[in-house]
Design a protein. Structure first.
Length: 126
C-alpha cells in the first residue's frame, strides 16, 4: 500500500512539474471510466497492503508482485499503459487528485465494512 501511495504521489508530482497548464486536460483514448478506476485503485491498495505485510524474501516478493499485477491487468482486461494513462488523467490537477484519492479511500472503507460485515476477524490472532 505504501508503495502504491508513493507511486501515486510520484505521478502527481511528475504531472504537476512536467505539464503546462492547459484549460482542459486531454482525455486519453483508452481512459478507464472513473468509477471503474476507483474500484481498481482500491483493489491495488489491498494488493499492496497484503504484499507489504508478507514475510517473503525480496527476490521472491519481486516476482510475486509482477505476477500479481500481470494477473490484475488480465483479470480486468486492461493494459499497464491504459492504467497509467487513466491515473495521470484523474490526477491532472491538485483538486482532481484530492477528490479522486478521497473517493478511493471511501471505496476502501466500504470494502472493509463489507468484509467485516461478513464475519471476518477484525484483528489477527496472536
Amino acid at each position: 500500500m505504501k508503495k502504491l501511495l508513493f507511486i501515486i504521489i510520484g505521478i502527481v508530482s511528475f504531472a504537476f512539474c512536467s505539464c503546462k497548464h492547459t484549460p482542459e486536460p486531454t482525455v486519453p483514448a483508452d481512459l478507464i471510466p472513473r468509477d471503474t478506476m476507483i474500484n481498481l485503485i482500491a483493489e491495488t491498495w489491498l494488493m499492496e497492503s497484503s504484499i507489504a505485510e508478507s514475510q517473503i524474501n525480496f527476490g521472491i516478493l519481486e516476482n510475486a508482485v509482477i505476477s500479481l499485477y500481470d494477473d490484475f491487468f488480465k483479470r480486468h482486461n486492461i493494459t499497464k499503459d491504459q492504467f497509467t494513462h487513466s491515473i495521470e488523467y484523474y490526477l491532472e490537477t491538485e483538486e482532481d487528485a484530492e477528490a479522486f484519492i478521497r473517493e478511493c479511500q471511501e471505496q476502501l472503507e466500504t470494502k472493509k465494512d463489507e468484509f467485516i460485515g461478513e464475519g471476518a476477524p477484525t484483528s489477527c490472532p496472536q
